[in-house]
Design a protein around this ligand. Structure first.
Ligand code: SF4
Length: 216
């Protein structure tokens, strides 16, 4: 199956599992565009380009310093007020890593006048680092490793939050048996002699406590 097809099916299954009472669907561009199309097709909601991405700013979750990541979010995404103002918006993203980027993005969407923000994630919660080549933070920085979905929704300040189920994700791939899902399950298909020695060096602050004054 092509990546395009899998992403589309992830969005469709997410729409089956977690529909939302809203006015339209938009993606966090660009990697979530296809999943958002699948979600919109499944739920019958219109698909709008309500977030415009600045392509001159790099990926935020791999920026080395928290301050750089925070600034990047504001520069990277421009919400379209004309579309968002007074509307109930479903926002589709493909994953939540630390949650800090998404929290700022939700703030931007609310500042553009959204009446409600319903966040749908086209993967299960990321609970474990990847040791196979994807640059993920250490486990303590992954918000999904230590917080429930309700706690994450509170931290992000969304009206509702739902993730794609693991079963749904594997079904979307068309051949569940052959895929690694370790960052969602902690079951690494290739074992390590010393897992701790493979932890990526800590490059930023740990995920803040939900509701703490310093939470970002
Ligand atoms: S599914 Fe496996 S290989 Fe892919 S990012 Fe997660 S841990 Fe890494």
């Amino acid at each position: 199956m092509s990546v395009d097809e899998i992403r589309r099916r992830c969005g469709e299954i997410l729409g089956q599992e977690s529909p939302a009472d809203a006015d339209f669907v938009c993606a966090v561009p660009d990697s979530s565009n296809t999943a958002a199309l699948g979600y919109a097709r499944q739920t019958g909601l219109p698909y709008e380009l309500a977030l415009i991405r600045n392509h001159y700013v790099g990926r935020t979750f791999i920026s080395p310093a928290q301050k750089v990541r925070d600034m990047s979010v504001r520069i990277k995404f421009n919400p379209v007020r004309r579309l968002i103002e007074g509307k109930r918006v479903v926002v589709i993203d493909d994953s939540i890593v630390r949650g800090t980027t998404m929290r700022k993005l939700v703030k931007l969407i609310r500042a553009a006048g959204a009446a409600e923000v319903h966040l749908r994630i086209a993967s299960p919660p990321v609970t474990h680092p990847c040791y196979y080549g994807i640059d993920t933070p250490v486990r303590k920085e992954l918000i999904g490793s230590s917080h429930t979905v309700d706690e994450i929704a509170t931290y992000l300040r969304v009206d509702s939050l739902a993730y794609l189920s693991l079963e749904g994700l594997l079904r979307a791939t068309g051949n569940p048996a052959v895929h690694c899902a370790a960052c969602f399950t902690g079951k690494y298909p290739v074992p390590f002699e010393n897992e701790l020695s493979m932890e990526i060096p800590d490059r930023g602050a740990a995920t803040p406590e939900v509701g703490s004054p310093g939470a970002r």
